[in-house]
Design a protein around this ligand. Sequence first.
Ligand SMILES: NC(=O)c1ccc[n+]([C@@H]2O[C@H](COP(=O)([O-])OP(=O)(O)OC[C@H]3O[C@@H](n4cnc5c(N)ncnc54)[C@H](OP(=O)(O)O)[C@@H]3O)[C@@H](O)[C@H]2O)c1
Length: 292
Amino acid sequence: MQGKVVLITGATNGIGEVTARELAKRGATTVIVGRNEEKTRQVAAAIKQQTGNQQVDYFIADLSIMDQVRQLAQDFKAKYNQLHILVNNAGALFTNRHLTPDGYEMTFALNHLSYFLLTNLLLDTLKSTGTPNEKARIVNVSSSVHYSAKLDFDNLNGEKRFNGLSAYSVSKLENIIFTYELDRRLKEEGANVTANALHPGVVNTGFGKNNGGFAGLVAKGVMAVMRLFQISAEEGAKTTIYLATSPDVEGISGSYFEKCKPKKSSQESYNQDHWRRLWEISEELTGLKQHA
Ligand SMILES: NC(=O)c1ccc[n+]([C@@H]2O[C@H](COP(=O)([O-])OP(=O)(O)OC[C@H]3O[C@@H](n4cnc5c(N)ncnc54)[C@H](OP(=O)(O)O)[C@@H]3O)[C@@H](O)[C@H]2O)c1
């Protein structure tokens, strides 16, 4: 990975942190994104110390806020002119419906819109970095919970009804739909960039611990039971690291992976009308159309 630049969101904990450490260990210039300055600085310092790689850098952004996603892309581009691997990993489950300052429901904003906007804003750098023999890679961390999700374009913001787990499952379906439409567009252009999505497994991380109140207690209870079946963050990061680095997947794009193997995603995720419609709505909501 020497000479490669990687950008990983949600790298201050769990799967993202392990991914960042592993890529740094392999020599990549590893740029992590966190929302808390102090924690992010400490994680970056720890990765440097653990791996001996001094090329570990960080940026701060609350990715649920679109202006901060834009600022992140701008700051990254001001410092780096290459990006070999983008890992969209930051995500969370919210048991209650909260709106971001942009007026978007938190799950939708953080788990889907931030993947969409950050990727699109960095796409020119990814395209100019990739070569026919070594394509730039986009890795989108999704989840197997998407199998239960249905996309309802009249309720993207949870405005008609809201259930935290359903909203989370839908956002993870959106990660896959976004990946497939992105891949379709990249192939149409002949771009030297690949895009894949994955399920990491059921992983013991900070996931699900962010919620307060009764619903939060229930979520924590569910997580405590699930913990009995959970794999470690090291194990959970394996498919992300595989998609980011393995020569086995050079040129492979538009696929969903689990346990480092391609797998069919839900039937709903292959609906191409959904691909186009979600893309167009996301373009409008993130202001990407006006800024393009
Ligand atoms: N754990 C599982 O079983 C599981 C299963 C399937 C899929 N996934 C997916 O895996 C990905 C990583 O989750 P994880 O399990 O590693 O969870 P985690 O330990 O809670 O880590 C989530 C990361 O996202 C960051 N983050 C949360 N909200 C953010 C915001 N508003 N702006 C910027 N960063 C934010 C967190 O930052 P802080 O450190 O500041 O909190 C943390 O670095 C997620 O996309 C999740 O949906 C997880």
